[in-house]
Design a protein around this ligand. Structure first.
Ligand code: FMN
Length: 121
């Protein structure tokens, strides 16, 4: 499964690397890139303005058709705002919220997300 992600301070990037799957990092420079295979999106959590490029990417070409789910990186100190970016995108695009983890995640987070993706078939 392709893993598309964004990362501002590198935590999500480190997590995605641990998955060992093909990946694509979305930045301001390539947000309008088109994909042609199923993917999950792993999103860090920031104010909406900082993560709008996720919507830019999803709304490009047929990308939405290939979106299989969201996972989120956040910080539990934000309490009810924990991982709201991934939660909101999963809700808005009607795809499963596969897993939430703090910062770059621990080994169990990597295994958990892999299991959730396997369940998608
Ligand atoms: C300015 C700022 C705002 C953040 N807001 C939230 C938040 O509302 N909820 C949350 O769970 N984490 C929040 N975080 C934590 C980051 O989402 C978390 O550290 C994440 O691992 C960062 O991923 P990245 O290094 O890939 O950008 C915030 C971090 C910063 C620096």
């Amino acid at each position: 499964m392709l893993v598309v992600f964004m990362s501002l301070t590198g935590q999500t990037r480190k997590f995605v690397k641990k998955l060992g799957w093909p990946s694509l990092e979305i930045t301001l420079d390539n947000a309008f890139i088109e994909v042609d295979e199923p993917f999950i999106f792993v999103a860090p959590t920031y104010d909406k303005e900082a993560t709008d490029l996720i919507a830019d990417f999803l709304e490009t070409g047929q990308n939405t058709d290939y979106l299989k789910g969201f996972a989120g990186s956040g910080n539990l100190n934000f309490n009810h705002l924990y991982c709201f970016t991934a939660k909101d995108y999963a809700r808005d695009y009607k795809v499963p919220l596969l897993h939430l983890f703090e910062f770059q995640g621990m080994d169990p987070d990597v295994e958990r997300l892999k299991k959730e993706v396997e369940k998608l078939g």
